[in-house]
Design a binder for this molecule. Sequence first.
Ligand code: CAA
Length: 258
Amino acid sequence: MEFIVYEQDGFVGTITINRPKALNALNSQVLEELNAALDQVDLENTRCLIITGAGEKSFVAGADIGEMSSLTKEEGEAFGKKGNDVFRKIETFPIPVIAAVNGFALGGGCELSMSCDIRICSDTAMFGQPEVGLGITPGFGGTQRLARIIPVGKAKEMIYGARNIKADEAYRIGLVNAVYPLEELLPAAQKMAAGIAKNAPIAVRNCKKAINDGLDASMDDALVIEEKLFGDCFESADQKEGMSAFLEKRKDKNFINK
Ligand code: CAA
């Protein structure tokens, strides 16, 4: 792959968008490679994923403006679908995905981070949906996910005004969970990922599914979703291991993802 680097460290996989000359902007090739990289993740042995950007300046500075500049209406719609399909794959990816936002997260970059379960960022990060300044709407989920993550009025203010925000404001409005000095960001993401990976993987996956599917359902239906996923855990060896460890007052647990 030309623009995606995949690294595996124990149970944690890291995807790096690697097109630093264009501040990691998302052209069709980057999106296709990102899609392929996700398909290649070994889900038997990977329990958490980190997505970050190459270089010290940018996470992802948006969809590629050069590529978009000459699109027709039909091509624009298809390009939006291409991004939406990959980001939806991330959102519904079986294991948790952490965005380590190491700089600009504009347009498609902000949208990529929002398709992840958790966002943490460097103190140099900048978030925004500047699309209306380019004569378009956000097209990779921004009009939908931003208003679901932060208050609707804040989302509308950012999107209508094409107003970028810095890390401290992103933290204040709940767009990111934490802010770190740039050099501490990746270690913090790795520590968070390792903390997730040490828990029972099937239980963690079922939590992600329950939270995501439940958010799209009525409370009555959502609780049924939870009950089923809760029940499923009792078929796993890891439930036996987790509870035996507690009852035997054993600190070490050997979760096998089964
Ligand atoms: N698409 C294509 N190329 C981009 C890009 C993008 N989104 N963002 C940056 N680049 C390129 C620049 O063209 C430049 O390339 P050259 O060196 O070949 O000229 C290189 O990356 C470095 O960028 P700058 O020289 O502009 O760097 P800077 O530090 O002066 O500015 C910046 C950084 C503020 C992020 C600025 O690059 C910028 O405003 N980028 C565009 C941000 C943007 O509008 N993103 C939204 C895109 S629309 C979108 O994403 C739609 C959607 O929802 C799907």
